[in-house]
Design a protein. Structure first.
Length: 266
């Protein structure tokens, strides 16, 4: 492999972010002394290129290791926390490096093992496979709710017992149904009676019946005809109108109570 030394040296020292940096001791074989020594060097990992400098502040790298076709593994050495970079070629040189501690050694081995294009290619393939499976799962999930919803709707419409909840007289006051979603016609209209199957006006609460009519059946004094007539049209249910309508009786009773207090009656 031919490398442009100037371009490589500039890439090693430029401001581009590094994947891993730190001091390592690099083993040096000294054949004429029949011994082994270690030199402390500053290592910088960028992509699949491992640079090493004489000092941390050095402006030019002393060497470069291209991390392709290699394996990173722990090795037995006289020094503790040693690991090696070995290449597939039989005659290729192996780099034996020693970290300052267990954590540093593990971090370097992990970073170097993930630096090659072969590793990145495997990662990309695995991510593409996961993305494809996720897209298939999402498409299946989008289809299944629609099928279950449509089938559930058909069962709901075909079975009279499964009527919507809002179609039943669920609003109670003093144990009596005041209106239903089926619609109550203003001024003595009829609402469906779900118990008997026949139509009849909805019953008023007991307190409202006593206040709305006297013994002779005439409206109670002080209550206007608007109080006795529901403002709710048959096709809608307006809570605010019902709230104001029921509140008229409270206002009338409060005024009567205030007048009795002024006259000295309890």
């Amino acid at each position: 492999m031919k490398l442009n030394e100037r371009s490589v040296a500039h890439y090693a020292t430029c401001d581009s972010p590094a994947d891993h940096t730190g001091f390592l001791r690099k083993r040096v074989e000294r054949h004429h002394h029949h011994g082994t020594s270690y030199q402390r060097r500053w290592f910088v990992l960028k992509g699949n290129l491992l640079f090493y400098f004489e000092e941390r502040e050095s402006r030019e790298p002393m060497g470069l290791v291209v991390l392709e076709g290699c394996t990173v593994e722990l090795c037995e050495a006289a020094e503790e926390f040693a690991f090696a970079i070995r290449f597939d070629d039989a005659g290729a040189r192996a780099y034996v490096l020693v970290a300052d501690g267990q954590a540093a050694m593990e971090a370097w081995v992990k970073a170097l093992s993930r630096a090659s294009f072969d590793y990145m290619r495997l990662v990309v393939r695995e991510l593409e496979k996961q993305l494809e499976e996720a897209c298939k799962s999402l498409a299946a999930c989008r289809k299944s709710p629609r099928r279950s919803s449509s089938s559930g709707r058909k069962r709901h419409l075909s079975n009279p017992a499964l009527q919507p909840l809002q179609e039943k007289p669920t609003t109670l006051e003093n144990g009596y149904s005041t209106w239903s979603s089926g619609g109550c016609v203003a001024g003595g209209a009829t609402c469906p009676d779900y118990d008997g199957g026949q139509t009849k006006p909805p019953p008023l609460p007991p307190r409202r019946r006593s206040a709305a009519s006297s013994a002779t059946g005439s409206p109670a004094p002080g209550l206007s005809p608007a109080v006795l007539e529901s403002p709710v049209p048959p096709e809608t249910i307006c809570f605010s109108k019902l709230h104001n309508w029921y509140g008229q009786e409270i206002a009338v009773l409060r005024r009567e109570w205030q007048e009795r207090q002024k006259r000295g009656h309890p």
